[in-house]
Design a protein around this ligand. Structure first.
Ligand SMILES: NC(=O)c1ccc[n+]([C@@H]2O[C@H](COP(=O)([O-])OP(=O)(O)OC[C@H]3O[C@@H](n4cnc5c(N)ncnc54)[C@H](O)[C@@H]3O)[C@@H](O)[C@H]2O)c1
Ligand SMILES: O=c1ccn([C@@H]2O[C@H](COP(=O)(O)OP(=O)(O)O[C@H]3O[C@H](CO)[C@H](O)[C@H](O)[C@H]3O)[C@@H](O)[C@H]2O)c(=O)[nH]1
Length: 325
């Protein structure tokens, strides 16, 4: 049993690869290296620098390794930036997913786990988002993830693909010090990049309709998230039916101000964040009901917020200048 991991040299993908490896579902990585980091891929795991847009190369790789399933994480992940770059976002996330599905059909690979996002919900009007909550994405990124889900669902109907899509909420933390989130646009990496360089972290928006005026999100630890992928892969491999979509969130809302307080506590740095205007496109609050995933995928929050902050901080400090370049 060998599973292909697209985007396996990325932040989340590298954690998934390690969990698959430990579970005996021999991972093989395909990554275009647009944002991947080569050292994130374990030396013994087969690695191909290739794009999911390259159908023929994907078929060759799937045949060469007798791949039985795909965890598809490759993509362009910035909701805010996607408003500026809709064509890039759709090419990578929609055309990329379509090419991958074509390759899977050609190679006879019949199992798929897809990285979707809470961004498919837009700004929900409910306190806890369930899988039944209306999908009203507000960015090309959210739209592209929803279309990805539809392509996969339709390929299930047309070609018998077994599949599930995991809608991640805010993924943070680090499962080991050499793996970190290098995103230039997300809260945790920006806060630690600022602190590590002597700058002051920023809060975008303090006038939202939330308890302290800052945005509320549902933060999950990347190592917990990775385990849910392995559970999904194992179930699909064993021929068990899964729901078409699962939320991977904790049910707990945490404000940006509360994150800053936790960072100050963990690092011992009593900084006063800079208060900036709102960042365009940010919903005030989005928090998940994760009960469906708990029922079917053993989904559980094994890490506390303090551990999320602490592990992210340690990983950010372990960065060498070479890795930062
Ligand atoms: N980080 C989050 O909070 C979050 C939340 C919801 C969903 N997601 C989704 O999870 C997935 C992984 O996110 P991440 O945080 O690890 O991001 P990341 O940028 O670290 O990883 C993405 C990986 O995909 C690779 N890639 C990009 N385009 C490719 C292509 N065309 N072909 C092959 N490889 C390609 C990149 O080089 C990178 O290694 C993405 O699909 C993202 O949209 C992330
Ligand atoms: O320096 C910063 C950076 C961010 N923020 C705020 O922190 C919150 C979280 O922002 P992130 O960029 O970390 O995360 P998002 O909620 O915007 O988006 C993330 O989670 C979404 C799901 O909820 C999507 O999947 C998306 O891909 C992923 O980047 C937002 O209110 C943002 O304005 C700050 O205050 N200061």
């Amino acid at each position: 049993m060998s599973w292909l991991v697209t985007g396996g040299a990325g932040y989340i993908g590298s954690h998934v690869v390690r969990c698959l490896d430990e579970a005996g579902l021999a991972p093989v990585i395909v990554d275009s290296m647009s944002s991947g980091i080569r050292s994130f891929a374990p030396a013994h795991v087969p690695f191909y620098e290739a794009s999911v847009l390259d159908r023929e190369e994907l078929v060759r790789i799937m045949d060469a390794h007798s791949i039985t399933g795909v965890i598809h994480l490759a993509g362009y992940k910035y909701a805010g930036e996607s408003v500026k770059f809709p064509l890039l976002t759709f090419e990578q996330n929609v055309t990329g997913t379509a090419r991958l599905l074509e390759a899977m059909q050609q190679a006879g690979v019949n199992n798929m786990v897809f990285s979707s996002s809470a961004a498919v919900y837009g700004t929900p009007s409910v306190a806890l988002v369930t899988e039944q909550t209306a999908t009203e994405p507000e960015s090309p990124y959210g739209q592209s993830k929803l279309i990805g889900e539809w392509l996969i669902r339709d390929q299930g109907i047309a070609a018998g693909l077994k599949h599930t899509s995991l809608r991640y909420f805010n993924v943070v933390g680090s499962g080991s010090e050499e793996l970190y989130d290098a995103s230039p646009h997300n809260l945790f990496p920006l806060v630690f990049a600022a602190l590590n360089s002597g700058a002051t972290p920023k809060i975008f928006g303090t006038d939202y309709d939330t308890t302290d005026g800052t945005c509320v999100r549902d933060y999950v630890h990347v190592a917990d998230l990775a385990l849910a992928h392995v559970e999904a892969a194992k179930k699909l491999e064993a021929g068990q039916e899964l729901e078409p979509v699962y939320n991977l969130g904790s049910g707990d809302g945490v404000s940006v101000r509360e994150i800053m307080d936790a960072v100050a506590r963990v690092t011992g740095n009593q900084f006063q964040p800079l208060l900036e205007p709102r960042r365009p496109g940010d919903p005030a609050r989005i928090v998940a009901d994760g009960q469906l995933a708990a029922r079917d995928l053993g989904w559980a929050m094994r890490h506390s917020l303090g551990q999320m902050v602490d592990s992210a901080y340690r990983a950010s400090q372990a960065l060498t200048p070479a890795k930062e370049a």
